[in-house]
Structure formats: C-alpha cells, structure tokens
Design a binder for this molecule. Structure first.
Ligand code: 5RP
Length: 218
C-alpha cells in the first residue's frame, strides 16, 4: 500500500471513534484531510467541528460541516489528529504543518486524543523529526540560544508565519527521553508560544496504518 492509501485507511478508521451527535475536534495535515473527507460522509450525525487551523476549517466548510469557535465549546469527547512522530506511550512530536499551538488548544478541551498515522511515524524515542517550536518573532534569537544550550540545532522555518502570527524554529539533534519534562521546560521560556511535544496531551489511542491493515495502539 502507498503512504496515501495508509492515510486514507486510518482516516476512515477514525470514524469509529466519533461520538454520534457530538462536536468533533479536528487536527491538521494530509492524514487529517483524509479524516475530514471521511467525516463528510457522516456529517448529518455530528453537531459540528472545532478546527485546529485555517486549512482544516476551509476543508470542513467546503464539505458543509459547521465549524464552531473553540471559545463556545467547553468539552469535546474526541480530537482526531496526525503526528510527525509518536512513541509507544502516545507521546508525539507535532507541528510539521505549523499548526501545533491550535492543535494543543483543541486537544486540551478533548477527553480523548485519537492519533492517526502511517507506521513510519512510530518511533522508540522522539527526536529524529526536527522539533517545531512556535515563538513570538521578537524572541526567536533568544529561544534559539536556549535550544542550542540544550544540545539542539534550531533553524528558523523560512517564509512561515503561523495562523497566530508566530514563527517556527525547527530543532534537530534532540533526543527526547523525557518528553513531559522537556515540554514543561521549553513552554516556560519567555516568547515560546508552544512546543511541538505533546506529552501532557498525548494520544490515548493511535490508529496506525500498516500494510497488514490498521493497528490500534492504546
Ligand atoms: C501539523 C501536524 C500534523 O499532524 C503532522 O505534521 C502530520 O502531518 P501529516 O498527516 O501530513 O503527515 O502536526 O501541524
């Protein structure tokens, strides 16, 4: 199976986790695009969506799915999103598509994070994929210095401005052996909007697309 077919497979499989009549949390990325297309087939059975990016909002609306302002929604049962890396405990690196901050916000109002990914994303230890850190532009150099002191090699993602007006530093060379601690530490630095480690909001379930079909990790 191609990577695109694996993405379509897990996008479809995630429908089993959608609670009928509820508002669905929707992430960002090419795998989530498959989920959005699948969600459109049951749009009359959901109360709408809360979206983590302008791109996903546009796709949801194009399918006729109502997108609600996250400020009007207190809790949602399920948030479905992809990942750049996921470990066996459900900790993830996210933000390859620069949507990490809004993804974290929607994940935070969800009871359950359902991660959809192809099997290439499953790793023993996070850190091979460059870690995205969203920063307020005036803090980029100082945050980069702090990341270097941690042993990382940060590079400003050229030409990217997030939906929140932030910039992204992509950090290579980190071995993230304690994701929760690193998430907590980096989040406290002045000017960091959010770090792409999802340990506090880790996945409760991962639907992994493999050539043998969908493997469920929980
Ligand atoms: C966007 C993300 C995506 O979930 C992540 O980059 C995976 O994307 P894809 O499904 O296209 O591989 O975190 O900010």
């Amino acid at each position: 199976m191609t990577q695109d077919e694996l993405k379509a497979l897990v996008g479809q499989a995630a429908l089993d986790y959608v609670v009928p009549g509820s508002i669905v949390g929707v992430g960002t990325g090419s795998t989530v695009n498959c989920f959005i297309d699948a969600l459109a087939t049951i749009k009359d059975r959901i109360a709408g969506a809360v979206s983590s990016s302008e791109r996903s909002t546009e796709r949801l609306r194009a399918h006729g799915i109502a997108v609600l302002d996250s400020n009007t929604v207190e809790r949602i049962p399920v948030y479905v999103d992809g990942a750049d890396e996921i470990d066996h405990h459900g900790n993830m690196i996210k933000g390859g598509g620069a949507a990490l901050t809004r993804e974290k916000i929607v994940a935070d109002i969800a009871d359950r994070f359902v991660c959809i990914a192809d099997e290439s994303k499953l790793v023993p230890t996070l850190g091979k994929f460059p870690l995205p850190v969203e920063v307020i532009p005036m803090a980029a150099s100082q945050v980069a210095r702090r990341l270097k002191a941690l042993g990382g090699e940060p590079v400003l993602r050229a030409g990217v401005v997030t939906d929140n007006g932030g910039h992204i530093l992509d950090v290579r060379g980190l071995s993230i052996t304690d994701p929760a601690a690193m998430e907590r530490d980096i989040n406290q630095w002045p000017g960091v909007v959010s770090v792409g480690i999802f340990a506090r909001n880790r996945a409760a379930v991962c639907l992994l697309g493999t050539s043998q079909g969908v493997k469920t990790l929980s």
